[in-house]
Design a protein around this ligand. Structure first.
Ligand SMILES: Cc1cc2nc3c(=O)[nH]c(=O)nc-3n(C[C@H](O)[C@H](O)[C@H](O)COP(=O)(O)O)c2cc1C
Length: 206
């Protein structure tokens, strides 16, 4: 499935909103996709707490390997405190950044230019360099501050892609649900997936 615009260098950031299964599915998809040459991966402290609560994954070191279930081939994990990492500079070329899931706290700081950790700085760089930035926000219900921040981020150039899974593909479990959501996000940034469910006018029968 060749595409001239397919991103080759992708940042995946994961923050402390519910949905560790989505982050895991995204990292696995990026590692597997031959069009992707490198993945820069950052997890916030909040994300680590969510991984522990939802996936029984603990610890910061080797997080990518734990999520992948194997040694990463193209993923470099960065500390969120390392504001001097490569992805903190616009001179380091990346094609797209995905924040999945994106907490309301991280959304607020990105939307208001408060680049106090690596995730927020890398997102800030994507906006100033006019690179693709996808914020997979997750919260319910939304207060007016959340809604305003989504508007601010969208006006600055980000795509707000809420973690809202589909049901018309009749997923049998959360992994299948997460995989289809990841397919939609990847298609949005120019990485369509061959196994993505495509609506054909009626729902898939199991
Ligand atoms: C199990 C768990 C689930 C959470 N779910 C959400 C959520 O869905 N959305 C959200 O905005 N915050 C959620 N939070 C709260 C954030 O983790 C918290 O606001 C944190 O400070 C966000 O920091 P970060 O954006 O740096 O990761 C959750 C926290 C825990 C422990």
């Amino acid at each position: 499935m060749p595409s001239a615009d397919a991103p080759k260098k992708v940042i995946l950031a994961t923050t402390g909103a519910s949905g560790g299964v989505f982050a895991r599915a995204m990292l696995r998809a990026l590692e597997k996709d031959s069009r992707v040459q490198s993945v820069d991966f950052v997890a916030s402290d909040g994300a680590l707490r969510v991984f522990a609560e939802e996936l029984d994954i603990t610890g910061r070191n080797g997080l990518a390997a734990q999520l992948l279930g194997a040694k990463p081939k193209k993923t470099t994990q960065h500390s969120n405190e390392n504001i001097g990492a490569s992805i903190a500079s616009g001179s380091y070329q990346v094609d797209a950044m995905i924040v999945l899931p994106c907490s309301m706290g991280t959304l607020a700081r990105i939307a208001n230019g408060m680049a106090i950790n690596l995730i927020e700085r890398a997102a800030d760089v994507c906006l100033k360099e006019e690179r693709r930035l996808v914020l997979c926000t997750r919260e319910a219900p939304l207060n007016k501050i959340h809604i305003r921040n989504m508007q601010y981020a969208a006006e600055a150039g980000a795509t707000i892609f809420p973690v809202v899974p589909a049901f018309y593909n009749r997923p049998v479990d959360s992994d299948e649900m997460a995989r289809q959501f990841v397919c939609r996000v990847l298609a949005h940034i120019g990485l369509p997936q061959e196994d993505a469910y495509v609506w054909s006018g009626r729902s898939k029968k199991k």
